[in-house]
Design a protein around this ligand. Structure first.
Ligand SMILES: C[S@@+](CC[C@H](N)C(=O)[O-])C[C@H]1O[C@@H](n2cnc3c(N)ncnc32)[C@H](O)[C@@H]1O
Length: 263
């Protein structure tokens, strides 16, 4: 039987699995800022729910002054350690997306949240509160890049994704199952199983959780509740700055570019 464990309590394994795309995401975020962002030399960046800090590190390497928070203290400790190893600095603290307070810098030039993290906010009021807080934290004209997986409610089969990665002799396989969404409750059940081979020793751990679901119409309805943001552009997870998309249900992974109004 796999051990039941919150996979964010084992940040190293999370980081090993999801680090492969980090440089590509970092380059894409810079390209978004260049194309849609606020003009000026200031480079204050906010990452809500920054996790193991893979993007905190990447954006700090790219010259951003990064602030980030997460609800999981172990993820933050891991992020701090990685920053220390590279002699980089960021302001990190423990906090929640729906109610965070800014301990230092009060206004940012750019914010981002990728890989569906926003969908951990199960209640609509928390999703709205998070967007409002991020908008309040941004300078006028600054952007928030928000990446989520959109739900196809006609899907009746389980979805399965598999990632494999290795670092320093630690081999991690991640199998994620997503069950068909409950349209009425706006929830989907997800199970992640990590199979770890750490220097010859094997181990399997499993995490179950729920995400709030959105199709394109539901996402538009949410954005209407936060008029401080204007939807400027959409992309898919190929992270190609030249390939803009519409916010519609013809694809599932969307990065929305939300601009804070200048009024
Ligand atoms: C998929 S990871 C994403 C981490 C990071 N943004 C990245 O791109 O790698 C999701 C993170 O969200 C955090 N999290 C989940 N719900 C949260 C909440 N309501 N407030 C703050 N952090 C939360 C988890 O602890 C975890 O570190």
């Amino acid at each position: 039987m796999p051990e039941q464990r919150d996979w964010y309590d084992t940040p190293l394994y999370y980081d090993i699995i999801f680090d492969a795309d980090t440089p590509k995401e970092g380059a894409f975020l810079d390209a978004l800022h260049e194309r849609f962002g606020r003009r000026g030399k200031s480079r204050q960046m906010l990452e809500p729910a920054c996790g193991s800090g893979r993007l905190v590190l990447e954006m700090a390497r790219r010259g951003w002054k990064v602030s980030g928070f997460d609800g999981n203290a172990r993820m933050l400790e891991f992020a701090e350690e990685r920053l220390k190893q590279e002699c980089l600095k960021a302001r990190l603290w423990e906090d929640w997306m729906q109610s965070f307070k800014l301990p230092g810098v009060q206004s940012f030039d750019f914010a981002h949240s990728l890989v569906s993290t926003f969908k951990y906010l199960i209640a609509e009021k928390d999703a709205v509160a998070c967007l409002q807080r991020v908008a309040a934290a941004l300078k006028p004209g600054a952007i928030f890049a928000l990446g989520v997986h959109l739900t196809d409610y006609t899907q009746t089969n389980e979805d399965h994704e598999r990632w494999v990665a290795e670092r320093d002799g630690i081999h991690v396989t991640c199998n994620t199952h997503t069950w068909p969404a409950d349209r009425k409750k706006r929830l989907e059940d997800i199970r992640t199983r990590l199979t770890i081979r750490d220097n010859g020793r094997g181990h399997v751990q499993e995490t179950r959780w729920q995400f709030r679901t959105y199709n394109a119409t539901q996402m538009r309805a949410l954005l209407c509740k936060v008029p401080a943001f204007e939807l400027l552009a959409c992309y898919d997870f190929t992270y190609d700055i030249e390939s803009q998309r519409e916010l519609d249900d013809s694809y599932s992974d969307v990065v929305m570019v939300l601009k804070k109004g200048t009024d």
